[in-house]
Design a protein around this ligand. Structure first.
Ligand code: SAM
Ligand code: SF4
Length: 436
């Protein structure tokens, strides 16, 4: 059923989760690899996180920003600092960001919208611009979502962290905002009801039983699909990392082997939902898990407030300045080069949401033919931009080879002719952002 690109229901997902024999697990991995290639092809979308504020009224037991952590260095970026961070990100070639905040009365929907607009306005030489800003922040009410949507965001992400009530209550004290399980669970339903139909769900693995939370993610996706005619755009599955003042031993950490099963099973269960694998994981594990169905990764990430200019490419992570520790702090160029070497096409495409292909409309397009028509050509034009404007010589060499190969594999068509014209325009003129 999964290989036929049909979403699995919760019971069917449970069957996959119960498979413990190495042969069956290998079969699941193989199926996930195949489905990924069939649905998403070999593209990987790239983005970077940008932390805006680390003040927080909550006390999540796993997070460096929790209010009871006296060692956390609190900070909110000023408008100029936001501009500086966005400029630094543009200058290495980023086009897509996810903005992250702690939860605090200062971080109102208006202030979130203001930061989003500030970032869209930052243009830097020669062709730097952020074309899509996603948000990971506290759940809002209807009015809040409308304000944030107005500023032109892409996806609004809220991770339930764990769907297991008892565990949720243990790590989120009752007297905090985040202690209200249902307010959070309902957060993205309110987003849909306020007209924001591009949402991301997620669970923090390392809190409750991983099988339970994987099933719950699928149940949440099924619920959104049933109720609003459209499932989540993305699912995230961050794994617990060390953070300031944390004793990792007290958590229910998920092994690498089980983590791979989570990714592969999610791929099979929700064939048209993007899967996000973050730089929390090590380069080696990312490289392996990518093939199981990941569609987006972050690269060149810094999660210290101000980290894109103040820490630069330093390999030193200061845990008090961060929400948690990152596993992969390679530069964007290095990650792009590895992707290209492994046969992936890195993509900075932002076409869908700018052309209104989101929510229900997006689902209409997410059928065979969509990728050929839009995703692959857009991946190639954005890769061409990256190679010309930002890449190192080594990356250019591998990238050009892959572009040639991809284009050769395309059958002749009117669209291929248009694509070739656009690729030449990007190469020979200052024209950019030519999307299908
Ligand atoms: N403060 C908002 C919230 O809690 O929804 C915004 C998101 S928070 C800054 C981003 C996400 O990081 C959290 O939802 C959580 O899943 C994840 N996170 C927190 N502590 C973590 C840790 N120690 N390791 C890995 N991920 C962590
Ligand atoms: Fe605050 Fe979010 Fe960290 Fe919880 S996870 S302490 S809400 S920043």
């Amino acid at each position: 059923k999964a290989l036929d690109k049909q979403p699995l229901n919760v019971e069917e997902t449970a069957v996959l989760l119960r498979c413990d024999s190495p042969e069956l697990i290998e079969e699941i991995f193989a199926a996930a690899r195949e489905l990924k290639t069939r649905v998403y092809g070999n593209r990987i979308v790239l983005f970077a996180p940008l932390y805006i504020g680390s003040y927080c009224v909550n006390d999540c037991a796993y997070c460096g920003f929790r209010r009871s952590n006296p060692d956390s260095l609190r900070r909110t970026l000023t408008k100029q600092e936001v501009v500086d961070q966005a400029t630094a990100l543009e200058q290495v070639g980023h086009k897509r960001l996810i903005l992250v905040w702690g939860e605090h009365p200062w971080y109102t929907p208006e202030s979130v919208a203001e930061v989003v607009k500030t970032i869209y306005d930052v243009k830097s030489d020669p062709h730097g611009e952020i074309r899509r800003v996603n948000i990971n922040a506290a759940p809002l009410d209807d009015a809040g979502y409308r304000i944030v949507k107005e500023s032109g965001i892409g996806t609004y992400q809220i991770f339930q962290e764990t769907y297991h009530h008892e565990t949720y209550a243990k790590v989120h004290p009752k007297n905090t905002q985040k202690g209200d399980y249902l307010w959070r669970l309902d957060g993205l339903s309110r987003a849909f009801e306020a007209g924001l139909d591009d949402v991301g769900i997620g669970a923090l693995f390392g809190l409750a039983d991983w099988k339970f939370d994987t099933l719950a993610l699928v149940a949440h996706a099924v619920h959104l699909e049933k109720t609003y005619g459209c499932g989540p755009h993305t699912i995230s599955f961050p794994r617990m990392q060390d953070a300031s003042g944390l004793d990792l031993e007290t958590f229910r950490l998920v092994s690498d082997d089980d983590f791979k099963r989570i990714v592969a099973i999610l791929r099979l269960a929700v064939p048209y939902t993007g899967l996000i694998l973050t730089a929390r994981e090590s380069p080696e594990l990312r490289r392996e898990v990518m093939a199981f169905g990941v569609s987006q990764i972050d690269a060149g990430s810094r999660i210290e407030l101000g980290g894109y200019t103040e820490v630069g490419d330093s390999q030193v992570q200061v845990v008090e300045k961060e929400q948690f520790k990152l596993g992969d702090i390679r530069s964007l160029d290095e990650v792009v080069r590895e992707l290209l070497t492994d046969g992936y096409v890195p993509s900075w495409c932002t076409s869908c949401y700018r052309l209104g292909r989101t929510g229900e409309h997006f689902m209409e397009f997410a059928v065979p033919g969509f990728i050929k028509r839009y995703c692959t050509p857009n991946a190639l034009t954005t890769l061409q931009e990256y190679l010309i404007d930002y890449a190192s010589d080594e990356t250019i060499a591998v990238g050009n080879g892959l572009i040639d190969k991809e284009i050769q594999a395309m059958p002749e068509s009117e669209q291929k002719t248009t694509l070739l014209t656009r690729m030449a325009e990007i190469r020979d003129t200052p024209k950019r952002d030519l999307y299908f």
